[in-house]
Each structure stands twice: as structure tokens, then as C-alpha cells.
Design a protein around this ligand. Structure first.
Ligand code: ZN
Length: 107
């Protein structure tokens, strides 16, 4: 998956692959870029730990990777695609809720 910026203007989040090994590989190769200036983003520790509600009451515990742009020094959090920025529910939970809501409106 190609990393994409999320969150609109002033965003500080990049959505990346769910596989942390793949994300580290991209970082080592300099293939993650800053959404602000497109220069290389380098690993810079981790963001705060997060708990995200998943299907059937499961809770995902994440500690997303953080990067810093080598040019503009902006920091960005790398969120795996299974979660959404600023949401406490996993993306598949949000998606299922939207499908249910759409079905209810059609009846
Ligand atoms: Zn930058």
C-alpha cells in the first residue's frame, strides 16, 4: 500500500500498511515522504499508545510509529490502515456501522 496522508490541511498522520515489518522496511529505504514538503521522513520513536475498539468487543492495542521529515522537521504519526485518525473504533467497525445505517435508511 502506498502511504497516504489523512486528516486534511495541517495533517500530521500518514496511513500505512498494517505490517510493521513492511513499514520499517519503507523507512530504512527512505520511501516514506513528508506530506508537507515531499522530502524523506525518517523514523523518530513512537506515538502515544492507543486502544481501538474492534469487532465483537475486541480491543486493539497500538503504539504507532512516528517519523520526522529530514527537511522541514515536521513530525507525523504512521497509523496502520486498520484504524482511522481521531477515531476510537477500527475502520472495519466504522465501515460496518455505515453499511448498517445505509440499509436501515432504505427500508
Ligand atoms: Zn517535510
Amino acid at each position: 500500500m502506498v502511504p497516504t496522508a489523512a486528516g486534511g490541511e495541517g495533517c500530521r498522520v500518514l496511513v500505512v500498511d498494517e505490517d510493521p515489518v513492511q513499514v520499517e522496511r519503507l523507512l530504512r529505504r527512505g520511501q516514506l515522504t513528508c506530506p508537507g514538503c515531499s522530502d524523506r521522513a525518517a523514523g523518530w520513536g513512537h506515538a502515544r499508545p492507543r486502544r481501538v475498539r474492534d469487532c465483537f468487543g475486541a480491543v486493539l492495542r497500538l503504539r504507532p510509529r512516528r517519523v520526522r521529515c529530514v527537511d522541514c522537521s515536521a513530525t507525523h504519526v504512521l497509523l496502520p490502515e486498520m484504524v482511522l485518525p481521531r477515531r476510537a473504533d477500527a475502520s472495519r467497525v466504522v465501515g460496518a456501522g455505515l453499511v448498517d445505517d445505509t440499509r436501515r435508511r432504505k427500508v
